[in-house]
Ligand binder design. Structure first.
Ligand code: MG
Length: 301
């Protein structure tokens, strides 16, 4: 099956970053990618994009917003949020890595303008926990190409140093506040609201931030499962997971072994291997986890 669609310049640029692939380009093409079930080619001058293969229809549909159901404006906002909140322009934040022994604590903030809500939702921006790694990579690149984004990778050594001074929830609060403040500074138009994927009560959150030079506090809302309340939080969770994946790759390279996520027994076994190799866990892992003691015991056996 062959499908050709015509797209506008921003969409064409977005597609270009999505479908970038190594290899030679066909004549006149800006990008050319062979995916499972579909080959995509974008032509520079005409902004025509050709989809070939069994999944051509499906893949092309992603880029044709008119075919997608618009998010319903009648959907009631979750408790505690104003009506119509999901369609507002929102700066959202989320973090990943808190429960994973190896790797950084990664926090991201993403600003989604009201007129981007539908297209991001249609691209498949949703809870990062429900997405596969390739989907995370594809979506994160699209989000970073189209939205103002700030992320903070607190790598293990830096994380461990701060955990001597703060508890984990406080450290999370400081990270959220940091990425939100950095993004706000760059926005010409202020968001209608800021939404934080909630991990402590509002009161505790602001208590944790006392004494900080810059505290983002205007129009701030908190929601557990914030990614369901606004696509900006879903986008932030995807960017955070993408940056965390990249950091895990770097750490795995440095360790000379693939570092698993989570905090289960597989993690203890790998941590024990690092100790036996003479590597310092402080550079790779959140050493306050109980995994450290278990790994030390295993390494002695
Ligand atoms: Mg969260």
């Amino acid at each position: 099956m062959n499908i050709v669609i015509n797209v506008d310049t921003p969409t064409f640029e977005q597609m270009k970053s999505t479908y970038q692939a190594p290899g030679t380009l066909p004549a006149g093409a800006s990008f050319h990618a062979k995916l499972k079930g579909v080959t995509v080619t974008g032509y520079t001058k005409s902004h025509k994009v050709m989809f070939q293969g069994a999944l051509a229809n499906q893949e092309a549909a992603r880029w044709q917003p008119n075919d997608a159901p618009a998010p319903s404006r009648s959907t009631p906002a979750p408790a505690g949020l104003p009506a119509g909140f999901a369609t507002w322009s929102v700066l959202g934040s989320d973090e990943v890595g808190v429960g994973s022994y190896f790797g950084p604590l990664t926090t991201a903030a993403v600003f989604v303008a009201a007129d981007q809500v539908a297209s991001l939702t249609q691209l498949g921006v949703a809870d990062s926990k429900k997405l596969t790694d390739p989907e995370i990579i594809r979506l994160a690149k699209q989000i970073m190409a189209t939205c103002p984004v700030t992320y903070l990778n607190l790598m293990p050594a830096a994380y461990n140093a701060r955990m001597k001074k703060y508890n984990q929830a406080q450290l999370k609060a400081l990270c959220h506040n940091y990425v939100l403040a950095k993004t706000l500074e760059r926005l010409a138009t202020k968001p209608q609201a800021i939404l934080i994927d909630q991990f402590v009560s509002e009161r505790t959150y602001f208590n944790y931030l006392q004494g900080q030079p810059q505290i983002v506090s205007h129009h701030v809302y908190f929601q557990t499962k914030g990614e369901q309340a606004h696509v900006a939080v879903a986008a932030a969770s995807i960017v955070a997971r993408y940056q965390s994946l990249k950091a895990m790759d770097t750490l795995s390279e440095q360790a000379g072994i693939t570092l698993p996520i989570g905090a289960g027994h597989a993690v203890d076994l790998i941590a024990a291997k690092l100790i036996r190799k003479g590597l310092d866990l402080n550079q790779f892992a959140k050493v306050h986890f109980a995994n450290t003691q278990k790994a030390c015991q295993l390494a002695r056996q």
